[in-house]
Design a binder for this molecule. Structure first.
Ligand code: A3P
Length: 307
């Protein structure tokens, strides 16, 4: 059942832990049992990110690299399987979701992830405390992607409008809650700080959305080297092509899912640009954002975006 002990700021979210909001189609029980006890196979690659940081993009890059000899896997894989977060599903417990046709009968781990052939790319937006226990023992190759939190805010705000498993929230309200850490998956600043602990580990590769955007080929080369794959220049070009905004958008527009109001692409492939926050934040909001950002990131200034 959905936990409603403390009133969340909007429907279709709940507090998984104090101050840590999750969408109701991610069930408490899934995270406390299936996710925590999840069995990691040799060769699994983890992709960690806060929501709306370019996860689908980097997932496609990773999937292309590990399947470089058969890129048709990307086309053939169902959209949900392609982007299945380990923490997702089932939807039971929130009648409001079900009334809107969001019926996910089982966790994504049971539906798709357990049976996914190796090598698997496994993604999660969970903060590191809630990852599988084996994650910290087996230390699988992990790519961590972060993004300018102002752009994350804009993207996640827009996502609330287009995803049926969220409810639209007015911009000013969303802005305030986001700065308090009241967004799904908790505070984006906390997420970054918790990941900071692992950034120098040899099994961990940190990248930013902006650097991948600036030089995608270089990012693909760095990721493949990290995964121990030596790609030819032609193969690097192939990975860049199949993961391009245009190609991904084409593929998502033709995929059916009950999760979004409009075409899926509207949610997953929205604008794909750097600096869209300038079109949303007022001067006062920008000032407020930077104040909270500086306070929250004290001691982690090296991981802060400079404006
Ligand atoms: P915007 O909403 O700013 O456009 P996630 O997959 O973590 O939910 O991140 C979604 C964000 O990544 C969206 O940002 C989306 O448009 C962007 N994105 C998705 N695919 C992309 C691609 N191939 N290239 C660049 N950005 C991409």
């Amino acid at each position: 059942m959905v936990d409603v002990e403390v009133q969340p700021p909007w429907k279709r979210s709940y507090y998984f832990k104090p101050g840590y909001l999750l969408p109701t189609f991610m069930a408490r029980n899934t995270i406390e049992t299936l996710v925590r006890d999840f069995e990691i196979r040799d060769g699994d690659v983890f992709l960690l990110s806060y929501a709306r940081s370019g996860t689908a993009w980097v997932n496609t890059i990773l999937t292309a690299i590990v399947n470089i000899d058969d890129l048709s896997v990307i086309e053939k894989t169902d959209i949900h399987q392609k982007l299945a977060n380990i923490e997702a599903g089932p939807s039971s417990g929130d009648p409001d979701l079900e009334a809107d046709g969001i019926v996910v009968p089982k966790s994504f781990i049971e539906l798709w992830i357990n049976d996914k052939p190796s090598p698997r790319v496994l993604q999660s937006h969970l903060q590191t405390d809630y990852l599988p226990k084996q994650f910290f023992q087996k230390k699988p190759k992990t790519v961590y992607i972060r993004r300018d939190p102002k752009d994350v805010l804009v993207s996640i705000f827009e996502h609330h409008k287009s995803a049926k498993y969220h409810v639209p929230v007015p911009w000013d309200k969303y802005f305030e809650e986001f700065l308090k850490g009241n967004a799904n998956f908790g505070s984006v600043f906390e997420h970054t700080k918790k990941c900071a602990k692992y950034m120098d580990e040899p099994w961990w590769l940190s990248l930013t959305y902006e650097e991948i955007k600036k030089d995608t080929k270089d990012a693909v080369r760095r990721i493949s080297k990290f995964l121990g794959k030596n790609l030819t220049d032609e193969q690097v070009d192939d990975v860049v092509r199949v993961s391009s905004f245009k190609e991904m958008k084409k593929s998502y527009e033709t995929s059916a899912t009950p999760f979004y109001k409009e075409k899926n692409a509207g949610a997953w492939q929205r604008k794909g640009m750097v600096g869209d926050w300038k079109n949303y934040l007022t001067i006062a909001q920008n000032k407020e954002f930077e104040k909270v950002y500086a306070e929250d990131m004290k001691g982690y200034e090296h991981l802060m975006y400079k404006y």
